[in-house]
Ligand binder design. Structure first.
Ligand code: SF4
Length: 124
């Protein structure tokens, strides 16, 4: 793994970069503007985690809600929709699921379990 600060150090050795300040606290990338045009973003979720500001839920192509890319639990929205659940039930479902959102990933910690369906399988 190449840490985020090392990626930046290597880029700065070749390019003149200016930090782009974002108003969006849940933005995943730290962005840099290149002199002469263009922009790059570095996403370093392991060495520079940004989970504290994460507001994302994911809906998979098969109708499951994941509250984190690294959730080992999926919440079945498809079943609710197929049984014709009313709007109020769907609203309640989303509130309940959002309340279960993890405060962070646990990559690199003892006991970390990789989800059965990895990020690339859920469009993460
Ligand atoms: S690892 Fe999970 S909590 Fe952290 S930013 Fe990604 S989706 Fe959000």
């Amino acid at each position: 793994m190449v840490p985020g600060h090392e990626i930046l150090r290597r880029l700065q050795a070749k390019f003149s970069l200016t930090s782009v300040v974002s108003e969006n606290k849940s933005e995943t990338a730290k962005r840099w503007r290149l002199d002469g045009g263009g922009e790059i973003g570095i996403i370093a979720p392991v060495t520079e985690p940004f989970c504290g500001h994460c507001n994302r839920l994911r809906l998979t192509a098969d109708g499951q809600i994941r509250t984190c890319l690294f959730s080992v639990v999926e919440h079945d929205l498809r079943a609710l929709l197929r049984e014709g659940a009313p709007d109020e039930a769907l609203r309640e479902f989303f509130y309940t699921v959002a309340g279960k959102k993890e405060d962070r990933h646990h990559i690199g910690e003892p006991g970390f379990v990789q989800p059965e369906r990895t990020m690339s399988c859920i469009g993460g």
